[in-house]
Design a protein around this ligand. Structure first.
Ligand SMILES: Nc1ncnc2c1ncn2[C@@H]1O[C@H](COP(=O)(O)OP(=O)(O)O)[C@@H](O)[C@H]1O
Ligand SMILES: [Mg+2]
Length: 538
């Protein structure tokens, strides 16, 4: 302690007692503060109950004997009931407001004496900054502390810094927990993609600290559903939710049944409503509700959902009284909800509500460096499933990965495609060792599947006119459509498609180039953007 130290302490009616000469061989916490070799106490603010004034004076005298340089300032604090939280807190708050400290003074708040209530109040006042210092505790001899001496009656003292980050062991533990959490969110797959790692870090932070809605976006098979389940599980482990996870794919909620499935109904609400039904929102009370493919929800359901999120209550079908439900909402979508909102297919106010924390999961094709760890993960899964080791022999592995990481591999169904590929290869290799012949066969199958996929995109947009296009142009057009679909604007798509040539030109109008290209097929950006609302053929 280099600065002058001022200690704020309560007279310890029990602990500071001592009679006759024997008192010098007894550990008395307040006195011990004056007996620490490396703690020079300039000022001791000694709070006492006026009923113990005589006792206070004897402690004061003894303190001056062990530490003659200290200025002891008794402060009388009358308290009717030192176990009454409100009274004690109020009294101590008042005293701390009257404290005068100069800049050089360092305040230590002694929490070893006083009732437990008083100790808790001192802690709270210090943590809140009303007592602008650090906590100090004294311990009896025999317990070695940083400033202590095992043998002496002075015992030891230690300063408790409330900045938890400074405690190395705690910090290490926090970091470990955090890493376990992110590892868990990644399903234990070591990912090499920096962007994906950042995304998971952020999800871990956000999911750990908020109950606000989360929105997971990304193409089909990118892992939205799996991630939502892991987020819910993490929240449950951390005791942030205690209810269950209720999960539903909104694409399956169609027509009249949708309202009642989500919000429940009362008996007799409609023909066939033979009994009450709680509905999914009610079942999620206290837990997590995962609405997958939320973009598929009908407009009426969207309106009800918005109200349910905002007011934490809603009206079941046929009910005259609202029911309450408080849940953490996670939504998933592979649609561009902003575009859907612009087209009037999704409520803008609901979007604003669920779009507070949005996370975009990249497709597998954008995480090519992760193909190898994910291949190993899938092989492990298969091994576990079949109770025997499944692996690719060396040449087969090289061949598979070369293709998987090439531009030729579209990974249109993302993890679903990879999972299916490994499942098929395993099934075709009875020894559990996958060879090159099986890999070659699988690669043909994948190429085929994705070729159909390409044809589908062009078909979606052009309909029957698609048949009039050369295969050569078709490949190009399909790529253009895909790029437009994942871009927010024509210019953004243009920049990506002409990424190389635009750097060579002084002024580049990529948007114009792309517009002209699309016009050759009678298309505009609006025709190819947002889920394939076709111009021709529809
Ligand atoms: N991070 C991941 N790594 C490997 N496989 C995954 C991962 N996330 C999901 N999967 C698997 O991929 C498949 C599709 O995942 P899913 O979560 O259903 O995707 P989405 O909901 O985005 O369509 C599932 O079989 C799932 O087990
Ligand atoms: Mg899903």
């Amino acid at each position: 302690m280099d600065k002058p130290v001022t200690i704020f302490t309560l007279l310890g009616v029990q602990l500071d007692r001592g009679r006759g000469a024997n008192r010098w061989s007894k550990w008395r916490p307040t006195i011990a503060l004056g007996q620490q070799d490396d703690l020079l106490v300039e000022r001791l603010i000694l709070l006492y109950d006026p009923r113990f004034e005589g006792f206070m004076h004897s402690v004061r005298r003894d303190f001056s004997r062990v530490s003659p340089r200290t200025l002891v300032q008794p402060v009388a604090v009358p308290m009717d009931d030192p176990w009454d939280f409100e009274e004690v807190y109020g009294t101590l708050l008042g005293v701390s407001g009257d404290l005068e400290l100069d800049d050089e003074e360092q305040l230590l708040v002694h929490i070893t004496t006083g009732t437990h209530v008083a100790q808790i109040c001192l802690f709270l006042l210090t943590e809140a900054g009303f007592l602008p210092g650090k906590l100090v505790q004294t311990s009896p001899p025999g317990r070695r502390g940083p400033g202590g001496d095992r043998g002496s009656v002075a015992g030891s003292y230690s300063i408790i810094d409330l900045d938890l980050a400074r405690y190395d062991r705690l910090a290490t533990r926090f970091e470990q927990d955090r890493q376990e959490a992110t590892g868990f969110l990644k399903a234990g797959i070591e990912t090499r993609n920096a962007g994906f790692n950042r995304l998971i870090d952020r999800i871990e932070k956000v999911a750990g600290s908020t109950r606000a809605p989360l929105l997971l976006m990304g193409p089909t098979g990118a892992g939205k559903t799996a991630l939502a389940h892991r987020i819910a599980e993490l929240k449950r482990q951390r005791k942030q939710v205690n209810g269950r996870l209720v999960s539903v794919n909104c694409a399956t909620l169609r027509g009249d049944g949708a309202m009642s499935a989500l919000f429940g109904h009362v008996r007799g609400a409609f023909t066939g409503a033979a009994s009450d039904r709680p509905g999914l929102l009610r079942e999620a009370d206290g837990g997590v509700l995962f609405l997958d493919e939320i973009g598929e929800l009908g407009l009426d359901e969207q309106a009800m959902l918005l109200r349910a999120i905002e007011e934490k209550s809603f009206l079941p079908v046929g009910a005259d009284r609202p029911v309450h439900s408080d849940f953490q909402l996670i939504s998933g979508t592979n649609r561009d909800l902003r575009q859907a909102a612009a087209d009037g297919r999704f409520r803008a106010d609901l979007l604003a509500r669920i779009d507070l924390w949005t996370f975009r999961l990249p497709g597998l094709a954008d995480r090519r460096e992760d193909l190898e760890p994910n291949l190993d993960y899938e092989l492990e899964q298969q091994s576990r499933l079949h109770n025997r080791r499944v692996r690719l022999n060396r040449e087969a592995r090289t061949r598979f990965l070369r293709f998987a990481t090439s531009a030729e591999a579209v990974w249109a169904g993302n993890f679903r495609d990879l999972n299916a590929a490994v499942t098929r290869m395993t099934a075709l290799s009875d020894s559990g060792r996958i060879g090159t012949d099986v890999v070659d066969e699988e690669l043909d199958r994948l190429r085929d599947a994705w070729r159909v996929q390409v044809r589908d995109e062009v078909d979606e947009v052009l309909g029957e006119l698609a048949a009039e296009i050369d295969p050569f142009d078709r490949v190009q057009l399909a790529e253009v459509i895909r790029t437009c679909r994942r871009s927010a604007t024509l210019s953004e798509a243009g920049r990506e498609l002409f990424a190389v040539s635009r750097t060579r030109k002084k002024s580049s109008n990529d948007a114009d180039r792309l517009r002209k290209y699309l016009a050759r097929y009678g298309l505009t950006f609006a025709d190819v953007d947002g889920g394939g609302t076709g111009l021709a053929g529809r």
